[in-house]
Design a protein around this ligand. Structure first.
Ligand SMILES: [Zn+2]
Ligand SMILES: [Zn+2]
Length: 513
């Protein structure tokens, strides 16, 4: 046999799905290196034993024969991989095992960090968008831990934004790899990276994982009796506020949506629209103390700029819970405090008299009988979409999202990621979805982290939602161009048999579910 020969080999029972689907989806040629001859023999024996399986039930694997010198008992290089994609995690684990690494796998960032501290690996392979602690924060935590000095960090992601690549390198990652992985490249990268590290540098003492604040339940009834979901748009513009005569009908305030859910007040983003949301609450409740739950998709200006003007935050007795993720390099609280630094604003965050709680999300949040779940979006930095469920009704808020296929190409890998967003919106009564550009405008804004109205329609159709509201209007779109977009949407829907309702969201508009 020679290098690169194709063989039909036996794949252990716990791997076939991952192996098959990954190979098929990404057209990967899985490089399995049999390190020692005996491994190869066992492969062949396994294939013979597999005679009960139907013909063609095996998987064609490119078996690169590289007979490596025996290790003479030297320990294998140790790798921790943290990735929430079951297929990718399994295939990397299997592949790196075959390449001669000892691999420890974790399905989220918290477990990944724990394994790094416990197993003292030589290198770590981090996904960026994973549950509990995202890859940016894990990378930063590793680099801030003197016990983990010198650990070789590979960050891999389907995200391809230059800003993210720059950020992970600033945080101390050694290499950024685009997913899906080429296992040969990954193995070579790890080997090269590890060999440059002095052995003593990886001897880390055991350190227990840092305590993480769990998402907390806060529920104090205040709103009028109402068991339905009520949605009010306070700001529907993207990027920058656009007041003026050309935007009178749809409005010019940036992102902010209020959802009244049973007895709870939920806000999504605090762009310039949140100022009027606050004024509305004062008119309605006067001095009654309010619990307010503010979910922040991400902390780009157009989503937080109204916060210093949110009057309820200045009123003693009000309780303000602010939910989002740990930033790429600083805590959520520090981001909000920084925005009100005296360089930028005359009033300090500590001058706001409401009671604040900053909650970095790790999972679903339960507020009374309302559940809020989140999903990662494709946008530079960390950005979230939210889904509110209450009394059988649901609202999904997905803004600042560029469909993966736009950047990664039309392939199974990008479709899977786009499908996850559609699944998140599955059956929503109201789908608030960004539609910043037209198809004509998109090419000159590619990789800015936004999509088009067609993307919104296709996602709404795939998710079988009841109503779609186009959101995050481009600052260049005046009322008339938004009307034209809605007209184009209706034509596209007719031509493609789409039956949900479709509107463009406008400031101050209210929807009851
Ligand atoms: Zn935005
Ligand atoms: Zn943004």
């Amino acid at each position: 046999m020679s290098n690169g020969e194709f063989l039909r080999v036996f794949i252990p029972d716990r791997y076939p799905f991952a192996m098959k689907s990954l190979a098929a989806r990404h057209h990967l040629q899985i490089g399995i290196i049999c390190r020692l001859e005996i491994d190869l023999t066992s492969c062949k024996q396994s294939a013979d034993l597999d005679s009960n399986r139907p013909k063609n039930a095996g998987y064609n694997i490119r078996l690169s024969l590289i007979i490596q010198p025996a290790s003479h008992g030297a320990p294998l290089p140790r790798i921790v991989i943290a990735d929430d994609d079951d297929d990718i995690r399994s295939i990397v684990e299997l592949g790196l095992n075959a390449f001669g690494f000892e691999v420890f796998a974790a399905p989220d960032g918290e477990e990944g960090l724990r394994l790094v501290r416990e197993k003292k690996p030589d290198a770590v392979v981090l996904d960026l968008m994973m549950p509990k602690i995202h890859g940016f924060a894990v990378c930063q935590a590793i680099r801030n831990d003197p016990q983990l000095k010198g650990l070789f960090i590979v960050v891999g992601s389907a995200k391809a934004y230059a800003a993210d690549i720059k950020k992970v390198k600033t945080l101390g990652a050694n290499i950024y790899l685009q997913k899906p992985y080429d296992l040969q490249v990954l193995a070579d990268t790890l080997r090269a990276g590890i060999s440059q590290i002095p052995a003593s540098a990886t001897a880390a003492a055991q350190v227990s994982a840092p305590p993480k604040k769990p998402a907390q339940e806060v529920s104090i009834p205040t709103t009028p009796e109402n068991s339905l979901l009520q949605v009010k748009f306070w700001g529907t513009r993207g990027s920058i506020a656009t007041p003026g005569r050309q935007t009178l009908r749809y409005g010019g305030n940036t992102s902010c949506v209020e959802v009244r859910s049973g007895n709870s007040i939920l806000l999504f983003d605090c762009g310039t629209g949140v100022r009027e949301a606050g004024m509305g609450m004062l008119r309605e409740f006067q001095k009654q103390p309010l619990p307010i739950h503010l979910f922040v998709s991400h902390t780009h200006w157009d989503h937080i700029q109204g916060f210093p003007f949110f009057t309820p935050a200045y009123i003693p007795g009000n309780k303000l819970s602010i939910y989002s993720l740990h930033g790429t390099d600083k805590s959520l609280e520090r981001i909000f405090t920084g925005q009100m630094d005296s360089t930028y604003f005359p009033v300090d965050l500590t001058d706001m008299m409401a009671e604040f709680k900053f909650i970095e999300l790790e999972g679903p949040v339960q507020i009374g009988d309302t559940t809020v779940r989140h999903v990662y979006l494709n946008h530079p930095g960390v950005a979230l979409g939210f889904r509110v469920e209450h009394a059988g009704k649901s609202v999904v808020y997905v803004t600042d999202h560029e469909p993966y296929y736009r950047l990664l190409g039309d392939n199974d890998s990008s479709h899977k990621l786009d499908h996850e967003i559609d699944e998140f919106a599955r059956g929503a009564d109201l789908y608030i979805r960004e539609a910043q550009y037209t198809e004509e405008e998109y090419p000159s804004h590619r990789s800015w982290g936004h999509g088009t109205w067609k993307d919104a329609l296709n996602s709404a159709h795939a998710a079988k939602v009841r109503r779609l509201f186009l959101y995050h209007h481009d600052p260049m779109h005046d009322d008339e161009s938004i009307d034209r977009i809605v007209e184009s949407c209706r034509t596209y829907m007719r031509e493609n048999g789409m039956t949900f309702e479709c509107y463009a969201a406008g400031d101050q508009e209210m929807v009851s579910l």
